[in-house]
Design a protein around this ligand. Structure first.
Ligand code: FE2
Ligand code: FE2
Length: 180
């Protein structure tokens, strides 16, 4: 699977999970499914940030704007997930945060599919997309440890508006971004 196919497939799976959670009327089931979905979303944003977004930012036309927007949307999703971690599906605030997460993620996925992914196909060879797909899969399964530079991590933290980023070391930046 090339990078675009792999990520589009994960978007599709996330959409189905959101629908399933939304349709469920059982709080315990909603929580269990959301837990699974959040694990998948955290892995998805991590591999995109570690493998895909540097080539997007550096090599696509209009890439830095796409990168910044994507990082901001990831950050909003990470914030909503953090809030949801501490809530129970029986609380009204759970539903509010769930909807923020769902609408945000669906919007973000749609934007990647409509803008970023076609640009990737247009700019990169099939060989390159296959290589990126392999890296994404290997990063996801833990076979590949991606070591971003402090500069790259700082770019991501800046685009995500992470507070206190200027005094963070490499490990703290990775943690703040949810990569470790
Ligand atoms: Fe993304
Ligand atoms: Fe994505």
């Amino acid at each position: 699977m090339d990078a675009v196919e792999l990520l589009t497939k994960e978007h599709e799976e996330a959409k189905q999970m959101f629908e399933q959670i939304d349709a469920s009327t059982e709080p315990a089931e909603k929580e269990r499914l959301l837990g699974e979905l959040m694990t998948a979303l955290r892995a998805h944003t991590k591999i995109e940030e570690e493998v895909l977004y540097a080539p997007v930012r550096e090599q696509l036309k209009g890439g830095s704007k796409m990168f910044e927007e994507a990082m901001q949307e990831h950050q909003e999703a990470k914030k909503a997930m953090k809030k949801l971690d501490g809530l129970s599906a029986t609380e009204p605030e759970w539903q509010d945060q769930f909807e923020i997460l769902m609408h945000g993620v669906l919007h973000h996925a749609k934007e990647e599919e409509a803008e970023m992914f076609p640009k990737l196909r247009e700019t990169f060879s099939q060989e390159r997309l296959d290589g990126l797909g392999e890296q994404l899969a290997a990063d996801k399964s833990g076979q590949l440890v991606v070591d971003l530079t402090v500069e790259e991590l700082t770019e991501q933290a800046k685009a995500s508006d992470i507070e206190g980023r200027s005094s963070m070391d490499k490990g703290e930046l990775e943690k703040a971004l949810g990569h470790r």
